[in-house]
Design a protein around this ligand. Sequence first.
Ligand code: FE2
Length: 256
Amino acid sequence: MSENRAHDVVMDIVEGVRDAIRKNDVTFDEYKMAIGYIMKTAQAGELPLMIDVFFNTTLVENMNKKTKGSPNDLQGPYFLEDVPDVTNGKMKTMPHDNEQPMVLKGTIRDTEGNPVPGAEMWIWSSTPDGKYGGFHDNIPSDYYRGKLKTNDDGTYYVESTMPVPYQIPHAGPTGELMRAIGRHTWRPAHVHYKVRAPGFMEFTTQAYFKDAEWVDNDSCSGNQSREFEIAEVIEDGKRIMDIDFVIQPLPAMATA
Ligand SMILES: [Fe+2]
């Protein structure tokens, strides 16, 4: 590894773009159009969105090469740190025609198979019409999300309602680009998880629903590991998402 990491990364990006220009015989007009597009995307405040759509999953791939724990997945833009404690309880939800109750449960273990009690876990997912609390349609920020602590045996349990597929913001320049290159803007229905525990790497992932729409064709290229595509199990009218996660211990600190 070179001492000048910034130089190495930037020049690799530059060479990648130069290769694309050469390979596609890009004209000066097309080059100016691309610069105009980037400026328009920045003015619309969509640069983070547009960049995440293409590259965020690659950072996740890098993390997953190094972990012995469960595979990470995209965090997405709708995580909130300060949310209600829902340990062994229910998330706040609103009555909805398409409501399907859902149970989220399982065990958090370390890489040796030992349960991890007291781990903090955030779980969040969309409303039955594809919105997020705290972000869309004045849905309060404490709905369809919560934080819990794993029990003494490392287990977790909370109830909510099933999320549905939704489109990433698509009315602006990001949607325009996706349509121009023949791609859609849908994400499969999913549940987000984040786990933090002392002595362990932070773990962020998503779970999906087996055979669900878009699960093979996510606009944001999530679900690369295919590890958490959960088959349909219904108990007492509730969809059961029973998932065990393995979290990775922090690397041992080097001793002087
Ligand atoms: Fe999401």
